[in-house]
Design a protein around this ligand. Sequence first.
Ligand code: CP
Length: 339
Amino acid sequence: MTKRDFLALEDWGSDQVEELLQLAARVKRGEISGGLERKVLAMVFLDPSLRTRASFEAAMFLHGGHAVVLEPGKGSWSLETEPGAVMDGDRVEHLVEAARVLGRYADGLGIRAFPRGNDWVVARRDAIVRDFARHSEKPVINLESARRHPCQALADAMTLREKLGETAGKRFVLTWAWHPKALPTAVPASAALAAARLGMEIVIARPEGYELDPEDTALIRRIAQQAGGEFVHIIDDPDEALVGADAVYVKSWGSVKLYGRPEEEAAQRSGLRDWRLTPSRLRSTRGSRGIVMHCLPVRRNVEIDDAVLDGPNSVVVDQAENRLHAQRALLLELLGSPS
Ligand code: CP
């Protein structure tokens, strides 16, 4: 039987994603217990996490299973990820053996690997997560790679449904925010793809130079059209972008064009601190009631003001809670037998 990985939301059909969302809602209502008894999830974190790690560990425990967490180089062997590497340096274990061996201990693997290196053409291939999937005989879950964060996207879709009810035709604004670091584009691309799947009108607001990977923008357009949503609008004004928004998803990301050129990227970003969600901007959302989303962690008063994060429009903690429910559904689907 072919194993099923969860590397990107778009790899799964609309019906499959719909089933996951419905299962997640049932899990959240407390309608399902057990289902992962004696199952093991092995997670490899090449980059840090609070939500992803804690929610997956909790999810496995809640359904009777167990999670193993490895942080290569911090208690487990440092990992060589390059195919064909001559391993005469510091790295002790190759990804190929790690994937094969963990697949013998666990029923599923989770991998977090942010973009590495200085070349976007290489980083955008998501080689680490994809190579784990290739070499593991068990399902692999992407815990955030260079291009995608599908578990976040699933929780985002669940949150949009819960908070907005019918999502079709409602306006989803993904707005760039200033941040001291150039962050990956996995979350903004995945969030826009999730909203597109829900048939929402998509607005992407970003300063010039912060376009998403063109392939991702094209995919967001295609999925929005397939789902009956409006065309995707690209705007470079943070005030105009929020007018009439039903949901505002705030996220910072680095320039794809200047990937691997940190000094030029920082210079380009330096004049853009005004890209921040303030109470006055929030007032231009639909009826001033647009929900405010962020994947977290968030830089308070840099990306979003305290008054917004602590105010009634903010759903960021509910969104983070939904990571747990969405992933419980995903694990039941991939590793268990939901009843
Ligand atoms: N949103 C998210 O993935 O959070 P962590 O990086 O803390 O896992």
